[in-house]
Design a protein around this ligand. Structure first.
Ligand SMILES: Nc1ncnc2c1ncn2[C@@H]1O[C@H](COP(=O)(O)OP(=O)(O)OP(=O)(O)O)[C@@H](O)[C@H]1O
Ligand SMILES: [Mg+2]
Length: 298
């Protein structure tokens, strides 16, 4: 990884594939979403302009639409609310309450895809939950499932049954996480379906503040979820992803072996991908991204 990014007056805390995290004042973090994009788990050399802004705008949109279900970590996103050293990043920066993070990814699945589909094929269950026979790939589940996974520090996250979460966190907290995860998924999926986007599955992260469960991280973005264009959904095979398929298809067409270094993206693939991200925000929120950015930069 390249040298730690620098923001005046803020200490760099960590960087993931896509985001840079800074310490603010002991009680707050600054989450900065860059335009980096990964495909097949490899970060590409070419950023997608505006991608970080779309991921930030979507998170801000959903946090506003779910605040009645659960309190969340967001305390500022407009330039005037950010630390001075981060104001130029308004639109891709979120000031958040620093939480004691709960060490599980809280995943809700409404459709059978990815690791859920693999587990079902292998043994008829998803995260230990036995499902009816005869379900098809990308098929809609009878009801959304809570399928938690461990947050692996290295390597891949591992699906675990809800009872495992209960053993670690207590039954009461585990069932609260399940209810919140499913409730948030249903809220998002119903809204998205009305806009022509299916949310196949999505991951939430929660933290604790004074014993209270608080929704953290990014929420219902294309990075934390599987978004499918509703019109392309046919149970029996995996639909294309709403946003990343363009990049993935192009990468596949080059014969790349999916190990670094990745091929450089042609300008039209970068532009096409950027347009898909913008469309995802605009469809889901019903607002123009430019209007949101104008507000963020105030
Ligand atoms: N309010 C919060 N308080 C404390 N930590 C938070 C909060 N919100 C999010 N986080 C944590 O901040 C980090 C955000 O980093 P990011 O998503 O870039 O990396 P990652 O998910 O760890 O790794 P990668 O994206 O490379 O797979 C995550 O570890 C997330 O759990
Ligand atoms: Mg993350």
């Amino acid at each position: 990884m390249s040298a730690a990014p620098v923001l005046e007056g803020l200490r760099h805390h960590s960087s993931g594939k896509v985001r840079d995290v800074y310490e603010v004042d002991g009680e707050h973090l600054l989450l900065v979403t860059t335009d980096r994009i990964s495909a097949f788990d490899v970060v590409l050399d070419d950023p997608v302009p505006g991608r970080g802004e779309v991921l930030t705008a979507l998170t801000q949109f959903w946090l506003g639409r779910t605040a009645d279900l659960v309190p969340n970590h967001l305390t500022g996103w407009r330039a005037s609310e950010l630390p001075p050293g981060a104001r130029h990043l308004a639109g891709r920066a979120m000031l958040v309450r620093k939480l004691e993070m709960i060490p599980f990814e809280c995943i809700a699945r409404g459709y059978l895809a990815g690791s859920g589909w693999k587990e079902y094929v292998a043994g008829g269950t998803v995260c230990g939950v036995r499902l009816p026979e005869g379900l098809r790939e990308a098929g809609r589940l009878p009801e959304p499932l809570f399928t938690p996974s461990t947050k692996a520090v290295t390597g891949h996250d591992e699906n675990v049954p809800e009872s495992y979460v209960a053993e670690h966190l207590g039954a009461q907290l585990a069932s609260r996480l399940r209810d919140l995860t499913v409730g948030l998924y249903l809220r998002g999926a119903e809204h998205a379906a009305a806009k022509g986007i299916l949310v196949a599955d999505t991951k939430f992260e929660f933290g604790l503040a004074g014993g209270e469960v608080v929704l953290a991280d990014e929420v219902l973005t294309p990075d934390s979820s599987r978004f499918w264009p509703a019109g392309a959904w046919r149970p029996g095979s995996s639909p294309p992803s709403f946003d990343k398929q363009f990049v993935r298809d192009w990468l596949e067409s080059t014969g790349w072996d999916k190990t670094p270094p990745p091929p450089r993206l042609p300008a039209e693939v970068v532009q096409g991908t950027a347009a898909r991200y913008r469309e995802a925000y605009e469809r889901l929120s019903g607002h123009s991204l430019d209007d949101w950015l104008t507000e963020a930069r105030e």
